[in-house]
Design a protein around this ligand. Structure first.
Ligand code: HEC
Ligand code: HEC
Length: 219
């Protein structure tokens, strides 16, 4: 199934490239936002699309994430604070302008703003964990209104991805795994992996503003 999806997306990208080469006047191509985002579609715009590295998890939703956080994350891959090899390869080829354009483009694809209070109460265990590290004090009301736009919205993000990202801040960075971040690094070290998983499952189960927005270049 996964292979089929991957093959299909490859074909879609391949066909789209051929088509645009055939149809688009030369001047319209290389710098449009659609052409910049074309290289993201194969992973970020396919509902349910999974990555198998460093363990199987859904690829994070970026449609509806804040622009400044998207730029910060892309810079972290580019400068090596985040080790994920595929995203390092991708971000390494982006200019500051590309990142700013992509951030603005994806931020506009948000679902309607969520209420300030989560619709679902955490269990007593999760409530205590959230309290211990004051997650809301940075990620904001309902984990969707970060106090700084360079901090991520996390409500409703895929729980399996949230768990992988939390563990990445805890990992001793090596060449392929880990995220060096002064803020989150200190926070995750207070928790066991089982606790991080419980946090990820609760936050990921909430209604959020991000979505997987299927896109195609055939518009
Ligand atoms: C081959 C699949 C693939 C492609 C293509 C791809 N990404 Fe990613 N992206 C991923 C995966 C997997 C992650 C999670 C990496 C990690 O664990 O740090 C990710 C993470 C990200 C993040 C961080 C999200 C977060 O919540 O911290 C951003 C931002 C991002 N990608 C933007 C892009 C953009 C913009 C493009 C196109 C220019 C793109 N990606 C292309 C697979 C891909
Ligand atoms: C002092 C501010 C602060 C607090 C408190 C905080 N965070 Fe964060 N969090 C951040 C920042 C800043 C980032 C972005 C780090 C980066 O650029 O990689 C982040 C990133 C994350 C990410 C990665 C999101 C993604 O899309 O990859 C998750 C998940 C997360 N935080 C969850 C939590 C949880 C759960 C708590 C409470 C246990 C918490 N945070 C407490 C500031 C904070």
């Amino acid at each position: 199934m996964r292979t089929t999806t991957r093959l299909l997306s490859f074909l879609v990208v391949a066909c789209a490239t051929t088509l645009s080469l055939a149809q688009a006047p030369a001047a319209a191509s290389a710098t449009t936002i659609e052409s910049k985002a074309a290289m993201c579609i194969g992973c970020h715009a396919i509902p349910g699309y999974q990555s198998s590295f460093p363990e199987v998890h859904r690829v994070p939703m970026i449609s509806g994430q804040s622009a400044k956080y998207i730029v910060a994350a892309l810079n972290a891959y580019k400068n090596g604070d985040r080790k994920h090899p595929t995203m390092r390869g991708i971000a390494g080829g982006l200019t500051e302008q590309d990142m700013a354009d992509l951030g603005a483009y994806y931020e506009k694809q948000a679902k309607p703003a969520v209420a300030d209070k989560p619709a679902k109460e955490p269990s007593a265990q999760v409530a205590a964990l959230l309290q211990k590290a004051a997650c809301v004090s940075c990620h904001g009301a309902n984990f969707s209104k970060p106090i700084d736009p360079s901090y991520p919205k996390i409500a409703g993000q895929h729980p399996d991805y949230l768990f992988v990202s939390l563990k990445a801040y805890k990992a001793e960075p090596n060449n392929v795994v880990g995220r060096s971040n002064g803020v989150m690094g200190g926070i995750v070290k207070q928790f066991t992996n089982a606790e991080l998983k419980a946090l990820a499952q609760y936050v990921g189960s909430l209604e959020g503003e991000m979505q997987v927005k299927p896109q195609s270049r055939f518009r």
